[in-house]
Ligand binder design. Sequence first.
Ligand SMILES: [Zn+2]
Ligand SMILES: [Zn+2]
Length: 259
Amino acid sequence: MNQLTFLGTGDAMGVPRVYCDCDVCTEARLSGINRRKRAAVLVHGDGEHEPFMIDCGPDWRSQMEDQGMRMVQTLLITHAHFDHIGGLPEWADACRWLGVKGQLYAPREVIATIQSQFPWLGRHMNFLETDADIELAGWKVHSWKVCHGHNGYSYAYRLEREGYTWAYCSDAIDLKAAEKQPLYGLDLLVLGTSFVHELAEFSSRSVYDMVEAQELLRDLKPDQTYFTHMSHDVDIRQNYDLDQGITLALTGLKVKLGE
Ligand SMILES: [Zn+2]
Ligand SMILES: [Zn+2]
């Protein structure tokens, strides 16, 4: 069915931030259009294979409940930060209860970090490397390392199936020419933008803001872009006058990937 579902569109802290009383966090608490769980998506490919999730943050459990889903057996992980892997112990427990071996796909070095943080996970899942291209639910999946600024490195994924190409790049900033290469010629790009315009010193930052992201997009020219990984700086109710083809992703939003 070639479909993408946004399970979470928030930054590392989610929205509302527990300690914060700003307008966006207050709205998120009251009516909730700005309520954002940690960034993750569900990807459907061909009808034969189960869908898989990209990333498994600490909101995994409630994201599954939101979708009315009892289990997802395959995960693709971008990097080993808490907001992207914090749900793994709960996922492993679900595997244990259901008597299944989860399939966790990630680059070799990300797997090594996960195994050192959660040494018991291997009992309930197989770790599968993505350093060479793999195939998931009919998608050909290519991974590569991207600059994550102050936070080091993350990975992005480019997925291709039946002539449709899209990419998931939630945690990146200041991409160099080689890192941008796989992001050309896309039908759709999911890009992380934590702030509208982040004023903090550049050396302390780790994810694009919307101003920089639009500059990047004028170069990459994907047909469609969805911004995700958004902090409480972003108010979905505002009109930020973004370039054509850009949408702020909402929790639960479903996007068709091709025909
Ligand atoms: Zn993140
Ligand atoms: Zn990160």
